[in-house]
Design a protein around this ligand. Structure first.
Ligand code: HEM
Length: 446
């Protein structure tokens, strides 16, 4: 009876005609002003509860984390993406022992692979050298970095999953980058049969990799994620756990997808802002020649810039839909089991009252009066709680290393003839900055 309020529902359509689905963020902001931090909208006859702002986020994701950690199953994207119901992977899997087991294993494996340790850093730096090469070829001119950053992000996660470098011309790399980029905009574009076809083709390619890999695998000597998973399967035998090759195949897509488009768009957004505000680039370097991930704690300004990149990047504006695991309450409203809950991450990352400069790209958002690094509570680009992003550590390391390494070698500026930049991104489950060109100059080596 006390379901969250919302705009008047039109039979059959619900509220879809009242929302700009191509770019709904402004509409959601308008509805917050009218109905408060928690309200409902209807897609046809199906209600979605939208959660806005830090206070409502904390109740949803932290204090009532287990009431809201489900994931809706009967939506179109799941049918296209998952392919096999018994092997749901992690990203779209409902809250269940299977999800828990697979998430824990993935997290541990990413960590043991050297996250926070030297070896992961070396893998990332090796991939950055390919980016540097392309930028060197374009130095003195301008370029659209779109494909370059997608290729780089995809290659880095492929190093973890498959243990090898893919050339930027490789068919698998090109196919994957295109697949992720197109389908992450599914919410606002025409799609259907084509998405189903692409995800099925992607599964065939992953199965092929898994089969090829077995030929060179030495049990107990893992080279990459696939090997680690197969070792785990051997260890578990027939213990009735959820570990199986279909799950491995699903996880490969989850991690490759989640690790490519998010990072690529964060980097695109980073270099859009940095090109327009080149004075920030000079302050990042501040006379330092060598910068390693290890040193970041001693570099408050660099930390502030990287965090501001993730905040203004705002790449997953509505997170990934949650669902209520039982009949529960949220901010005084009744939420029936199974209700889809939309976490409007964008509303928190730009919330007035939480940030010194909510609407501008400004590293001061993460610095106190003494110039020390501080992280406001509303810094939630990776969400929070039980379903929080499991690639956060890798994402932070990648964005740090790519940004700092490229700034050491190049200076990026906004082309004089490019007019004013449009910072409003193209909306999607993962959103993308509008295409732009940046001017690239080699820095003088000291
Ligand atoms: C800037 C980069 C990234 C951002 C902003 C980001 C953000 C997010 C967000 C908002 C979620 C949804 C959390 C929720 O449902 O409440 C998520 C989930 C997830 N992310 Fe990321 N992510 C990033 C990079 C990565 C990377 C590099 C990987 C993999 C290596 C990854 C793997 C995942 C997985 C597997 C999930 C599902 C977790 C689960 O449901 O248990 N992400 N991410």
């Amino acid at each position: 009876e006390k379901f969250p309020p919302g705009p008047r529902v039109i039979p059959i359509f619900g509220n879809v005609l009242q929302l700009n689905l191509k770019s709904p963020i402004k509409d959601l902001e308008r509805l917050t002003k009218k109905y408060g931090k928690v309200y409902s909208i209807f897609f046809g006859s199906r209600p979605l509860v939208v959660v806005n702002g830090l206070e409502a986020f904390k109740e949803t994701l932290v204090s009532k984390a287990f009431d809201f950690c489900g994931k809706p199953q009967d939506i179109m994207f799941n049918y296209a993406f998952q392919v096999q119901a018994h092997a749901p992977g992690v990203v779209l899997a409902d809250y269940s022992p299977i999800w828990k087991e697979q998430r824990r294993f993935s997290l541990m494996t990413l960590r043991n692979f050297g996250l926070g340790k030297q070896s992961m850093e070396q893998r990332i730096l090796a991939e950055i050298s390919h980016v540097t090469k392309v930028l060197e070829e374009n130095a003195g001119g301008t370029m659209d970095p779109h494909l370059l950053f997608h290729n780089a992000a995809s290659c880095i996660i492929c190093q973890v999953l498959f243990g090898k470098h893919f050339e930027y011309e490789d068919e698998f790399l090109k196919f994957s980058v295109e697949l992720f980029h197109v389908t992450s905009k599914i919410l606002n574009g025409p799609w259907g049969i084509e998405a189903f076809r692409l995800f099925r083709a992607s599964r065939q390619k992953r199965l092929q990799f898994m089969a090829e890999n077995k030929k060179t695998r030495v049990p107990g000597k893992p080279r990459h994620f696939i090997d680690c998973y197969l070792d785990e399967m051997d260890k578990r035998g027939d213990d009735g756990s959820s570990f199986c090759e279909d799950q491995l195949c699903a996880l490969l897509l989850d991690l490759h997808y989640a690790g490519t488009d998010t990072i690529a768009n964060t980097l695109l957004s980073a270099f859009l802002f940095l090109s327009y505000y080149p004075h920030i680039q000079d302050k990042v370097l501040d006379g330092k020649d060598e910068v390693s991930f290890e040193d970041r704690q001693q570099m408050p300004y660099v930390q502030a810039v990287i965090h501001e990149i993730h905040r203004k990047g705002d790449v997953t504006p509505l997170g990934l839909y949650h669902s209520a695991t039982k009949d529960t309450e949220l901010m005084g409203y009744s939420i029936p089991k199974g209700t889809i809950v939309v976490t409007n991450i964008s509303s928190v990352l730009n919330e007035e009252g939480q940030w010194k400069f909510p609407h501008e790209f400004n590293p001061e958002n993460f610095l106190n009066d003494q110039g020390e690094f501080v992280k406001p509570e509303a810094y939630l680009p990776f969400s929070a709680g039980v379903r929080m992003c499991l690639g956060e550590a890798l994402a932070r390391m990648e964005v740090f290393l790519v940004t700092v390494s490229l700034l050491r070698k190049f200076r990026f500026t906004w082309p004089e003839d490019a007019g004013e930049p449009d910072f409003t991104p193209l909306f999607g489950t993962i959103q993308t900055p509008k295409p732009y060109r940046m001017k690239i100059q080699l820095r003088e080596t000291p």
